[in-house]
Write a protein that binds this ligand. Sequence first.
Ligand SMILES: *[C@@H]1O[C@H](CO)[C@@H](O)[C@H](O)[C@H]1NC(C)=O
Ligand SMILES: *[C@@H]1O[C@H](CO)[C@@H](O)[C@H](O)[C@H]1NC(C)=O
Ligand SMILES: *[C@@H]1O[C@H](CO)[C@@H](O)[C@H](O)[C@H]1NC(C)=O
Ligand SMILES: *[C@@H]1O[C@H](CO)[C@@H](O)[C@H](O)[C@H]1NC(C)=O
Ligand SMILES: *[C@@H]1O[C@H](CO)[C@@H](O)[C@H](O)[C@H]1NC(C)=O
Length: 659
Amino acid sequence: MVRLGTVCWLALLGSSLAFGRIDREEISDYLGVPMMTHGRNVSYDIPDPDLPEISQWLIGNPNRINLGRIGLKYKGDTLAASQITEPRQELDLWTGVIKSIFKVDGSLVKVTTRGDFETDAVTFDIESKLVRSGDLKVELDFPYPPIHTTKYKYEVFTGVYDFPSNHTTSIVPERLPGSAHIYHEMQETSYFVNLGWPLTSPLKLSRDEPEGSDKLNAHRYTLASAWSSSTISFTARFSPEKEHADLPLLVKARNLIGWEKYWSEGGFVDLTSSSNPNATELQRRIVQSQYHVQVNSASKGQTPQESGLMNNGWYGKFHMEMVVWHAAHWATWGRQKHFDAIFPEVYETLLPSSLARAKAMGWEGARWPKMTELITGRSSPGGINGLLLWQQPHPMYLAELAYQSKPTRETLKRWDRVLSATADYMASYAWENGTTGKYDLGPPSYGVTENTPPAETRNLAYEIAYWRYGLDVAREWKKKLHERVPEKWTTVAENLALPPQVDGLYAVYDGLNSSWWEDPKLTSDPRSLIMMQGILPNTPAVDPEVALRTADKVWDIWGDARIRGWGRPVLAINSARIGNPERAIYHLTAYDYWIFDDAGFAVRGGAGGTPPPFMPGNAGFLYAVAYMAAGWRGSQSDTPGFPNDGSWVVRHEGLLKAP
Ligand SMILES: *[C@@H]1O[C@H](CO)[C@@H](O)[C@H](O)[C@H]1NC(C)=O
Ligand SMILES: *[C@@H]1O[C@H](CO)[C@@H](O)[C@H](O)[C@H]1NC(C)=O
Ligand SMILES: *[C@@H]1O[C@H](CO)[C@@H](O)[C@H](O)[C@H]1NC(C)=O
Ligand SMILES: *[C@@H]1O[C@H](CO)[C@@H](O)[C@H](O)[C@H]1NC(C)=O
Ligand SMILES: *[C@@H]1O[C@H](CO)[C@@H](O)[C@H](O)[C@H]1NC(C)=O
């Protein structure tokens, strides 16, 4: 299933590599772009037209790299796909083992591949009489970044070999038997590939070309059996420092235990007793999505980038407005350990830079970045990036998920600093409107769907409701801690403008009239209105009757062909919440529109982007499935998101309700 032929592409990505230079402009020159904001100039993280190069450099990364290629060499040359016959490849989801079986010149070759649970390592067992004869060896190669520009938003990793003189590799002397190291240096970026093998079947590492060679294979290495054994077994561990690579047997043991634990511990949804013919595909998607999130999203201290570890989409950075879609499922699927490995740590790491950002812009508290990385915490400049609002209240939503699984004082204390800084910002960002006496958000602002005119966008419906929800959670948490609730939080929460309505339906932002339902720019993606109920928990800001009418209207106008990305999960969640399980299951089973490929990767759809994975698709899907099966706070019946027509038999265990 994983497309790992004889060549294993390792896309272990550095998301914020330093290398790349700007000659004429200095990073320190960039100060953002001022925009009038309620009577004062505020500098937003928007590309500066006077500093185009540095702006783009801050957005992108000139040198996204593929750390290395590990494949096979046959009779002295890279084994080509055309030399392979009768290939068969299977991934065993339960053990995380990939078995590749194929023939080369009529001889059988078996390759077993495993990833390590503890280090950035993979192990391979290669078995063939071609290994014994010395014809089949392992090849390692080190490419150069494929596209040397900051402009390229999406990257599929293959690397290029055309610039051998622009980087160096070398074998690092090592006396310890059973190990070897290769050092790779590209300007300011360097790392090691640490190799380890059992003493009982020794290997020998050599480089194909002398150091300093300018041939295309200058950075190619060969790992071969030192005896005439029919197997090659080794671990390759990638790391910034020279390290020890654990033996294949140890990695294998950890891999087995790790996967068994993963599958045994979390929640599960079993649809196999359902007579509905759509159940089988839904079950496939559930199981494979769980596999993919473990591989791509079980991270520490950050959420994954959109295209996981495979490709490098959207500049390879992670996006703070997407963290709920990437990681909330860990909590409702009973895998709190993974949730807690990310939150609130990612916010704590970004807190100092976010406090500084708010201060520089004239607000209190912490203004979270949009597209970012952990080293600088900088919010990558962008016309939309700089003005997006909805990442700000996420900590409150996530804190509620944390508290549900562990309702203790310790949880309250753990999140307090982050929630307080978030609420301080949200309260100070809201603007008291002298005419209405209410607190407004923006302008300028951008909402979830990024399709309104920012300089005129005030009181985005979803965002202002989310602001209310967030401030209310922050207030409740202070009360649970028996601490004083800052007055400003209460004043703003209780006096925020209500989400705008036109003719008894919610409207995307304030100032629209009913003709907006005919404006294709806005109706091509009206998901923010759907998000007001379901993904947004109950809040006094949202009138359930208006939300229900709005959901029905959106059903009428937002057609299948235009729903993409994480649209389906949010629609399924909303449909379940408004008591329409038929519609919820429709969205989850709209297989002709919402494609999961043969490996179970959700396809994003729409123009642009990298090939799958699109992790918010798989992770958002899981979140929706748990929502439909276990329900949400206050839901009454079991499996409230599945139709009660007898064709769905939903057995589940270990799931938690959503907020
Ligand atoms: C805001 O900043 C811009 C650019 O620096 C400047 O041209 C403009 O005069 C400023 N406006 C005010 C009201 O300060
Ligand atoms: C490789 O290095 C040469 C010499 O410094 C430079 O001119 C060239 O642009 C570099 N190529 C790439 C792709 O970075
Ligand atoms: C205050 O609210 C009113 C009514 O929504 C609106 O027309 C006006 O533009 C707002 N004022 C400012 C300064 O945003
Ligand atoms: C409704 O909004 C549209 C678009 O902004 C505008 O062109 C139109 O004049 C408005 N209609 C009324 C009756 O205000
Ligand atoms: C299967 O799903 C599709 C898409 O939601 C739907 O049109 C079809 O009616 C479903 N089949 C059954 C038997 O429910």
